[in-house]
Ligand binder design. Structure first.
Ligand SMILES: Cc1cc2nc3c(=O)[nH]c(=O)nc-3n(C[C@H](O)[C@H](O)[C@H](O)COP(=O)(O)OP(=O)(O)OC[C@H]3O[C@@H](n4cnc5c(N)ncnc54)[C@H](O)[C@@H]3O)c2cc1C
Length: 424
């Protein structure tokens, strides 16, 4: 079962890291606690990839993320890339997709790349010797296994491997709170011709009314359309928890389903186009926006994104705005970026302090709470995952194996560009 590279967590970041590393010829084991890949993108049923380009149409995310979309389209399971106006009035670009089919796409990509998936398996412990992870313990359906990879990519969202390895984590600043979790739900049929034609002012009025009357936990009527049907995946619930607190997470699952049920009743009763709809499914789990963030060699800040700072070691780019769902209340803190505004993510934000053979990807990288509010989206998570996996593969081929800090950044960037990634 051993491999050169262990990727912990098969969300979109981990899946892209595993595929990128295996395509460079590395032996890769992809560890995932569920029986399928995707994390928030499938289990959380987020159902839309946001922000591929700047407001004026300059592309900033491509590479493996784009390949995911093309493969979804071959299954007929992703819509066209299009701009839309959110129920909060903000403009955004997105690709809507069917979360169930994304499971198949990720299965395909992992299998074709030669990644060994280890599903229904949970990382439970890490043995650390000095600056290196020496071994990892994994609880599987066949028992507890000890693995000795050369490199660990932590893409577990909650940064479980880094926690077990004793890596340092970032604190929230005064006045900040973790972004809330959300129980997505599938609702349909929706007459989208009528739903989408509602004037923005009327959508806002209905959302505020539902929130004020206690039917909606968030003052929004936000939905991603299922490509196969006239159902939508609705993002309306709001659960202020620390999802690394086991009891709180369980309570949030239960409360999230209740919030979703109440929201569905409100949609039926009050929202044009939704009269015939029913709640059809919940996400497999509550979607988690933010938990632990690793303290890395570089702390990416909101100011750096907004300026934007050009990094010599940029390994990904993005154009998603700072989008903070407050823990309490129904509103959204959202600041649109300029028409051609894009930002970069430096390699050093993927390197945890104090560990030489570990790298992180996805929503736990070294970024402030406000910076994470921008770079957490799945497009950027996939781009960062591709970079982390590519770097891990370069590291295991170096003469003194697996020192992520010694990976030549120029070579990494060249490889990423050759593989279709955007770095600016
Ligand atoms: C409600 C909600 C709405 C969102 N809306 C959008 C949107 O509209 N558009 C957009 O692009 N992005 C959106 N996002 C953001 C985006 O979905 C996430 O930030 C992104 O999916 C994070 O990906 P990840 O791979 O880093 O982490 P995750 O998706 O959290 O994946 C982590 C994976 O690791 C596994 N794992 C965790 N711990 C262990 C362990 N110890 N052992 C084994 N496996 C483990 C998990 O099962 C999971 O599969 C939203 C997020 C939420 C929660």
């Amino acid at each position: 079962m051993d491999a050169e590279i262990l990727v912990c967590g098969g969300g979109v970041a981990g899946a892209m890291a595993a595929v990128a590393a295996a395509r460079q010829g590395a032996q890769v084991l992809l560890l995932e606690r569920y029986g399928f890949l995707g994390g928030n993108a499938t289990a959380g049923a987020v159902a839309q990839f946001n922000s591929w380009q700047t407001a004026n149409g300059r592309r900033v995310v491509a590479g493996l993320a784009q390949e995911v979309v093309e493969r979804l389209r071959r299954y007929g399971a992703a819509g066209e890339h299009h701009a839309f106006v959110m129920s909060t009035g903000h403009r955004m670009d997105r690709v809507e997709y069917a979360p169930e089919v994304l499971k198949l796409v990720l299965d395909d990509m992992v299998a074709e790349a030669g990644v060994q998936p280890l599903l229904h398996a949970v990382l439970v412990a890490v043995e650390r010797q000095g600056r290196r992870i020496a071994s990892v313990q994994v609880a599987t359906r066949s028992g507890v296994a000890t693995l000795r990879p050369q490199v660990v990519v932590d893409a577990s969202g909650d940064m479980d491997a880094m926690r077990q390895a004793g890596a340092p984590f970032l604190e929230l600043d005064a006045g900040e709170a973790l972004q809330p979790a959300t129980m997505m739900f599938r609702f349909g049929p929706v007459d989208f011709a009528r739903f989408d034609a509602l004037p923005a002012g009327e959508v806002a009025r209905l959302a505020q009314q539902g929130f004020a009357q206690g039917h909606l936990a968030r003052a929004a009527l936000h939905a991603a359309r299922d490509p196969f049907s006239s159902d939508g995946w609705f993002n309306i619930s709001r659960l202020a928890i620390d999802a690394t607190d086991a009891l709180a997470l369980g309570r949030a699952e239960i409360e999230g389903r209740r919030q979703a049920w109440r929201a569905a009743q409100y949609l039926r009763a009050a929202v044009p186009g939704c009269e015939a709809g029913r709640l059809l499914a919940f996400g497999t789990q509550v979607g988690v926006r933010e938990t632990r963030r690793v303290q890395g060699e570089h702390l990416l800040t909101a100011e750096e994104l907004l300026q934007p700072v050009a990094f010599d070691d940029a390994i990904a780019a993005g154009a998603y705005p700072i989008d903070i769902h407050p823990a309490a209340g129904g509103e959204l803190e959202y600041a649109a970026l300029g028409a051609d505004h894009a930002y970069q993510i430096p390699y050093r934000s993927l390197l945890p302090q104090g560990l030489d053979n570990a790298i992180v990807a996805g929503r736990g990288i070294s970024a402030t709470h406000r910076a994470l509010a921008a770079i957490r989206v799945m497009t950027i998570s996939m781009a960062v995952g591709q970079a982390a996996g590519t770097a891990a593969a370069l590291a295991v081929r170096m003469p003194r194996a697996a020192a992520l800090r010694q990976v030549p950044v120029d070579a990494l960037r060249r490889r990423l560009l050759a593989d279709g990634a955007c770095l600016a």
